[in-house]
Design a protein around this ligand. Structure first.
Ligand SMILES: Nc1ncnc2c1ncn2[C@@H]1O[C@H](COP(=O)(O)OP(=O)(O)OP(=O)(O)O)[C@@H](O)[C@H]1O
Ligand SMILES: [Mg+2]
Length: 216
């Protein structure tokens, strides 16, 4: 279970202070598929990055089961993130100098995991014949599927996606959504998707809407 309590994140100070997130509390159960929607600048990415331990709140707490992020050392948090959370970003964020396969395997190298299961992931994502290529040699959909493979390589229980279909055409976007839904329904992964696409949000089990840093 992911539980966030009274989370606030401000940037800057004085006149230029921005409250990106304003006292947000939310519980997400294991195996849920949740969409986070809201206007541009409403705080969606800020919230997702905090849930993923990529950023630290100004105040408030984030619990993954009984672990609270604020009580963990940076190295502990990095290790926890590596093993338990997979990230999928809007711009794929593959490392251009590495092949798709090297990108996918990077988190498992960092976690000192054996790469068991990589072949299965490639075949499930239909990228087996493309993994020796560099990102620039792949289509957008293939790059996003490689990014999803990378998110899955350490078998995390939680997958966080920020606009995962934002840079894909309709067909590739639907494939990516179908895949995320399968990971949720067949493997019980908790999936949290930030999106401004109502059609995508409606495919999730629950929709959480944010406005001006607050859940409405
Ligand atoms: N590093 C930063 N420094 C200052 N302000 C920031 C920073 N990151 C985000 N913000 C501000 O915080 C607010 C929330 O930003 P956030 O990126 O969470 O929005 P979002 O809902 O993801 O928007 P979008 O749909 O455009 O991606 C915005 O007003 C943004 O300008
Ligand atoms: Mg965003």
């Amino acid at each position: 279970m992911i539980k966030i309590e009274n989370l606030t994140r401000t940037y800057g100070k004085g006149e230029g202070k921005v409250t990106a997130l304003d006292g947000v509390s939310l519980t997400i159960n294991d195996g849920e598929m949740v969409a986070i929607i809201g206007k541009s600048g409403s705080g969606k990415s800020t919230l997702l990055n905090l849930i993923g331990g990529l950023d630290k709140p100004t105040s408030g707490q984030i619990f993954f089961g009984d672990r609270e992020f604020g009580s963990m050392k940076d190295t502990e948090l990095s290790e926890f993130r590596l093993k338990n959370i997979g990230f999928v970003f809007q711009f794929f964020d593959l490392i251009p100098e590495l092949t798709a396969e090297e990108n996918v395997l990077l988190p498992s190298r960092l976690a000192k995991n054996k790469n068991a299961g990589a072949e299965d992931i490639y075949s499930a994502l239909d990228i087996t014949d493309r993994v020796k290529h560099y990102p620039s040699e792949l289509s957008g959909g293939q790059q996003q599927r490689a990014a999803i493979a990378r998110a899955l390589i350490n078998s995390p229980d939680v997958i966080l996606c920020d606009e995962p279909t934002g840079n894909l055409d309709k067909a590739s976007g639907e494939e990516v959504m179908a895949l995320l839904k399968r990971l949720n329904s067949e493997q019980g992964k908790t999936v949290i998707i930030v999106t401004h696409d109502q059609g995508i949000a409606e495919q999730c089990g629950r929709i959480v809407e944010i406005s001006d840093g607050k859940i409405i």
